[in-house]
Design a protein around this ligand. Structure first.
Ligand code: ASP
Ligand code: MG
Length: 412
């Protein structure tokens, strides 16, 4: 919701459903750019602002858009009422800036719905056990919406965003990328964790846990299109893996530019070494992603792993201060010019050779693979970041996602 006009459009869309007899709860995010603006102000005052105060500040964006939306609905003759996260009691833990929802008290919301009102609940924020305002992490209003849908046992959770659904890959990198009508929950979970920015990953986890059907739709379409048209646009995240979906070997190509690789050379190859290296990193709440340990030579080995680029400096600090002295590693090498490209598809479960087509495609393009990791429904490679777009385009084509799935040549 970037402007008054956009807020009025949201109100028109909501009024349409309300008129059709649906009970509607709306979970607005802040007006576009607002959260960045607020966080920027905090940074002007301090490099490391108090996380409690940051949440106090950042949560206001949603409060403003919620009140404005209520006014817009009322102006269109629709009874509406807005609430903050603490009024509805969206309870969270106390991890400021990345709090997790622990419970929602939906009593007030249900009473208003039963009285025929549209209820608006601020996204992104909650309240911790001591009564402090918390926020759920960037993009957290997605999670607020899914959690609210779960609490109310809603028929569906519709996420309106600036793209009209989930694509086979980012259309800014591959113009041929196509919108998927349906994507399985598991694929969506992989895509969200592998760098697709359409939904906050926690919202997908929440949807999985409570089996909430989620539909990703564009907020830019005409708000007055019919409900039928609305349902035929966007992407439905489904829990049913029908045969049509099984037909695709790979459903999407995800990528993440935010990677950094750290290698320790000459660490002793003995029990406990992986723990000595990764334990202190995990203790600092840093997520480790890909890991490789080499064959040992003369009783020592090389150990590489990747972390998010945002955590890179902190990780290197821990390595130098704690891990090098503890393990006696000979040397530390780092590389921030790496990115991760992944193929995702539930079809990979039942077909061999999918990963090898990925490797052959990258070889044909002269792209060197530095690390590989796999799960049942994805294969990821770490490559030099200057090859990222080339790799994504080549893989999108090789797996038939450019528009002609029949062309995918794969030996079974
Ligand atoms: N306003 C918050 C953000 O910008 C939450 C959201 O938009 O989902 O991250
Ligand atoms: Mg968002």
């Amino acid at each position: 919701m970037g402007s008054i006009e956009r807020i009025q459009n949201v109100a028109k869309r909501v009024a349409k459903w309300h008129a059709e007899g649906h009970q509607v709860v709306v979970v607005p995010s802040a007006m576009s750019g607002e959260t960045n603006r607020l966080l920027g102000l905090a940074k002007e005052l301090s490099e490391t602002p108090d996380p409690r105060e940051v949440d106090m500040l950042a949560s206001t964006g949603e409060q403003a858009s919620s009140a404005l939306l209520a006014m817009a609905l009322q102006a269109q003759g629709v009874p509406a009422r807005s609430y903050t996260g603490w009024q509805v009691a969206v309870k969270t833990d106390s991890a400021f800036g990345k709090a997790r929802i622990t419970s929602i008290d939906d009593q007030r919301v249900r009473a208003d719905l039963d009285a025929g009102k549209v209820v608006i609940v601020t996204g992104f924020q909650g309240i911790d056990p001591e009564g402090h305002i918390t926020t759920l992490g960037r993009g957290g209003s997605d999670t607020s919406a899914v959690a609210m849908a779960a609490a109310l046992k809603a028929d569906e959770c519709l996420i309106f965003t600036d793209v009209d659904g989930v694509y086979t890959t980012d259309p800014r990198v591959v113009p041929e990328a196509r919108r998927m009508n349906v994507v399985s929950f598991e694929e969506m979970l992989e895509m969200a964790s592998l760098g697709s920015k359409v939904l906050q990953i926690r919202s997908v986890e929440f949807a999985g846990k409570y089996k909430v059907p989620v539909r990703v739709l564009s907020s830019l379409t005409d708000p007055l299109i019919s409900l039928e048209e609305e349902k035929n646009s966007g992407t439905l995240i489904t829990f049913e893996e029908d045969s049509k979906m099984e037909a695709a070997l790979v459903s999407g190509i995800a990528f993440s530019r935010d990677e950094a690789k750290i290698t320790l050379l000459g660490v002793p190859d003995k029990p406990g070494v992986a723990f000595a290296i990764l334990g202190p990193v995990a203790d600092a709440n840093i997520d480790i992603d890909m890991i490789i340990q080499n064959q040992s030579v003369d009783g020592t080995t090389d150990f590489s792993f990747t972390v998010n680029r945002n955590d890179y400096k902190r990780t290197l600090d821990i390595i130098k201060k704690t891990i090098v002295p503890a393990t006696g590693a000979r040397e530390v090498i780092t590389d921030e010019k790496v990115c991760k490209v992944s193929i995702v598809g539930i079809g990979m479960r039942s077909h061999a050779g999918v990963a090898s087509l990925m490797f052959r495609t990258l070889a044909d393009e002269g792209v060197n693979i530095q690390m590989i990791s796999t799960s049942e429904i994805k294969t990821s490679v770490l490559i030099e970041d200057k090859y990222m777009e080339l790799a994504v385009r080549a893989l999108h084509k090789a797996f038939g996602l450019d528009g002609n799935p029949a062309e995918t040549a794969i030996e079974e």
